[in-house]
Design a binder for this molecule. Sequence first.
Ligand code: PEP
Ligand code: MG
Length: 892
Amino acid sequence: MSKWVYAFGGGAAEGRSGMKNLLGGKGANLAEMANLGLPVPPGFTITTEVCTYYYTNGNVYPADLKAQVSAALTQIEKIMGSTFGSIDNPLLVSVRSGARASMPGMMDTVLNLGLNDQTVEGLAARSKDPRFAYDSYRRFIQMYSDVVLGVEHHHFEDILDSHKSDHDLTLDTDLSAEDWKTVVAAYKEKVKEELGRPFPQTVEDQLWGAIGAVFGSWMNQRAITYRRLHDIPSEWGTAVNVQAMVFGNMGDDCATGVAFTRNPSTGANEFYGEYLVNAQGEDVVAGIRTPQYLTTAARQAAGADLPSMEEVMPRVFADLEDVRRKLEAHFTDMQDLEFTVQQSKLWMLQTRTGKRTAAAALKIAVDMAEAGLISKEAAVRRIEPGALDQLLHPTLDPKAERRLLAHGLPASPGAASGRVVFSAEDAELWTKKGEKVILVRIETSPEDIGGMHVSQGILTSRGGMTSHAAVVARGMGRPCVAGAGELRIDYRAKTLKSMGQEVKEGDVITLDGSTGQVMLGAVPTVQPELTGDFGTLMGWVDSIRTLKVRANAETPLDARTARHFGAEGIGLCRTEHMFFDPSRIIAVREMILASDEEGRRHALAKIQPYQKNDFVELFEIMQGLPVTIRLLDPPLHEFLPGNDAEMEEVARAAGTDIAVLRARNTQLHEANPMLGHRGCRLGITYPEIYEMQARAIFEAAVEVARKSGKTVSPEIMIPLVGTKKELDLLKEVIDRAAAEVFKASGTTLDYLVGTMIELPRAALTAGAIAESAAFFSFGTNDLTQTTLGMSRDDSGPFLEVYRQRGIYEHDPFASLDQEGVGELIQIAAERGRKTRPNLKLGICGEHGGDPASIAFCQRVGLDYVSCSPYRVPIARLAAAQAALGVRSDTTA
Ligand code: PEP
Ligand code: MG
């Protein structure tokens, strides 16, 4: 015989907290509290397996369920000393849902079950309080009719309202026993009128009706939607908890309330909660009456007049404090409690792990570890890495009003407000005038960098999580909402339209890069506070993790930010970003448009001093930590002049005819630049570019090493390699530059030449490539693009559909496609290390900052991950969790 029902109460329970899959969260924890000897009204849980049985067997229950329920009910009667359906001493019960994962408010509940025309009299006599009895009866009729019988709420509200106005009554508490009797009669009449049959008077029918309704509510639309949004499988089912009623509404020595064992918004170790005297639980939630503070300290801090529970019921409050201590010690985490006080006796109705803000999560974990309640490892496991984002950027004031304008991808976290501008130039102009701006573009390109840098935030209507705007904004720590598809941007008119609203240049908008929301007007923000707890936790994180964490950074500001957040080197310096600097862009254009090597060398000679200075600064900031510098990667035409005036400027500088430049410009056009003349192909065709860059790197390294007396460790990285031969040819160029610089300066230093692995061919031929490469860095942005055959810039819209249809569970540009791209990484790592056992392995695509991808990197044995500076703390924490085996069996 299967066991479908688990009893609890009277100081014991058949279940325990570890049985959440079977008993649901509520049932399992009620059992646990009963086992701990806490005052839990006796009851029983009908398991989630019954729910599954019910739905797989055409909505029928297992045959032996009835007998088990009836036996468990007898058990409750024994403990309570009252009888279900008894006329003189009736037992009343509550019937509540309780799934494995909390689904607040999604499913049904029935309270005060067991009342009928006779038992209500028994309850009145025993409680010596007819008003209470009839108040409970009317609550029951209304709730049961709504939840089980399908008679809508408003019928009952109308009746109550007209009774009140007929009798000049305002509040529910103004109604007497006689009033409630009249209301109850009218309620029953209404039910009969609506259903053509009377309100059920048999208590067993009531009970099974309610059980059926709770199981039924598992499949209501609200619950289905909630499950879809929270990835809860429908096979899990819900449990049903039937429990003796205790009453918070029997007089002024009764109350009901909710509490957190610590403050859920700050994490402070203070008891936190609210209660209502003479009320039932739903009154607290309904917000009809103003709840009172639990503690006197909280009441005083809020300047509230109504007395605290600590003041009104000191003895019961002390009992509740005691429960708080026991539950925290037992569950070793902050708990969210529900309780009722019946005639000065405390009853616990629920405990569960409390939801909290990121700041509170951090403080609670650190405090608990320092108090010895949990280990440091447990504290580290407990913090959701992504939640740290909330702590590193300003966030929108949660209390502020929001007027939604559009919705896009949460491309770079943080919140920002500013005046709308539609070009990078305008962003710089307006900023010079002292304005704060939000740069709005259909999409951004490398030449927008300057404007992006001065903007408070970036909004685009096109592009995904690895679009240019998203990557650059994350790198800069600028909030960004990307791919807000409903935006209609008109560059000429300098307007944007969305959701029936128009925004002009200069109008203020607010971005929430953590949610993807765009709001009209300025929404106030709150600044992050990196408290001591943050540092403490990160110290533990660093002692646990084995993966190193580097940053993707090229500007001095980014490099400093990266250091500030604890980066252990630079894993990717994209040198092309340095080419856009206004001080050198003309020379860069001259170089690109030159018709021969001599012309290019001439222009490169102008760029080299700038490049050298860039690297000097980087090496100085990184103080001996490894710096991986990637040689020029993007297709050359990205740097080309955008208009005639710029073209003329280049013509003047190069002393060339503008017509020649135009022709060359056209010649450089590519149909598919992502797969075109970029990456190491530039180095192969124009080795002088890489030669100049290598010289600049070595000259800078020699200079900084000499000045600082520290070792400088350049790691030169070749992009988009597909064959060993490409790498060999380019390594020769680099080694030659090194030899020349060392000879001229009379010093040497150690350096590495390695490659990015960002093409499937490179991954598959990694064994050969490793003969020449000292390190591999997986460029998973391109590797994802080339493995999936999906453009990283254009896949946003259809990938969303793919995600919804379950083809890809996650955006593969945000979280590594472990099955496909991951397999290639694994192959490359194995084959590379077979050739060269000490081959250094890292990742520098966007995935380097994604916790699930970091767990994967740990599993395949990479040495480091590299991510944008603001994600460094997240990556450090995720790396520690990876070392502890968190997420070890998940793919994302
Ligand atoms: C990559 O492709 O993953 C990479 C890091 O290079 P980029 O994003 O600059 O192409
Ligand atoms: Mg790349």
